[in-house]
Ligand binder design. Structure first.
Ligand SMILES: [Mn+2]
Length: 240
């Protein structure tokens, strides 16, 4: 049993296509989409691409939720643009996604996939978050491995309780200090993976969609932020 954890695609179809080539080569049985899939320029295309796979499960991220239920003050923004692009049927599908999905994987045990935590798509934690705070945030998750995303930086850590916590990284908007798409391959062991693709061509294609893209976000794709600085930034937000 091999499972690919594909998180935080953020509508970046070229990045997803590149990863799916590696996923196929790896002989993956099941793909888990870990949330924040449809919030981005190729909102409909990334959803259709994953839905067409033979065995795929979805969990919902905070940004997917905001596309389904666009806040009144964001009616001109990216989430509203994505909602139009998706249309009613796809939005109903996204609205139906659960917060978690669980799979038993040989060598790893019970593996629970969520976007941020099993209870909410919003809490932020990083590789720097103290064990006791993370333990409180995750509660008594009665599984062996928890796979999350949301903060767009990969890590693999173990809590004193024995729970292993993995951040799969982000495919479409990583903060890893280098270009490419980041994801995780699970089966026997855990592999944190990096797939390269032509980011400049992807940015051109994204601009052609007409999506209201933030220049800051485009800048992060071309010159990815340093993961240690991002972890420190998230920790400062967490304490706020
Ligand atoms: Mn998120």
């Amino acid at each position: 049993m091999r499972v690919a954890a594909l998180y935080d695609v953020h509508g970046n179809l070229p990045a997803l296509e590149a990863v799916l080539v590696d996923v196929e080569e790896a002989g993956v049985d099941t793909v888990v989409s870990g949330g924040d899939l449809v919030s981005g320029p190729f909102a409909a295309e990334v959803l259709d691409r994953l839905t067409a796979l033979p065995d795929v499960r979805f969990v919902r991220g905070n940004a997917d939720r905001l596309v389904v239920d666009v806040p009144p003050e964001e009616q001109e923004g990216l989430h509203a643009w994505c909602a139009v692009r998706l249309g009613r049927d796809r939005l109903e599908t996204v609205a139906s996604w659960p917060l978690t999905t669980e799979i038993e994987i040989d060598g790893l045990g019970r593996v629970l996939f969520c976007h941020a935590t099993p209870y909410s798509d919003e809490p932020i934690f990083t590789r720097l978050t103290p064990d006791f705070e993370l333990g409180e945030l995750l509660g008594s998750a009665e599984v062996d491995l928890l796979v999350c995303g949301h903060t767009h930086v990969q890590f693999d850590r173990r809590l004193p309780s024995g729970l292993r916590v993995l951040n799969a990284g982000s495919i479409g908007m990583p903060y890893q200090g280098k270009r490419g798409a980041f994801w995780a391959l699970l089966g026997g062991e855990v592999e944190l993976r990096h797939t390269e693709y032509d980011v400049e061509a992807a940015v051109s294609a994204m601009r052609e969609t007409g999506a209201p893209l933030s220049e800051q976000v485009v800048g992060w794709l071309l010159e990815p932020p340093d993961p240690d600085e991002v972890a420190a930034f998230w920790e400062s937000k967490r304490g706020a």
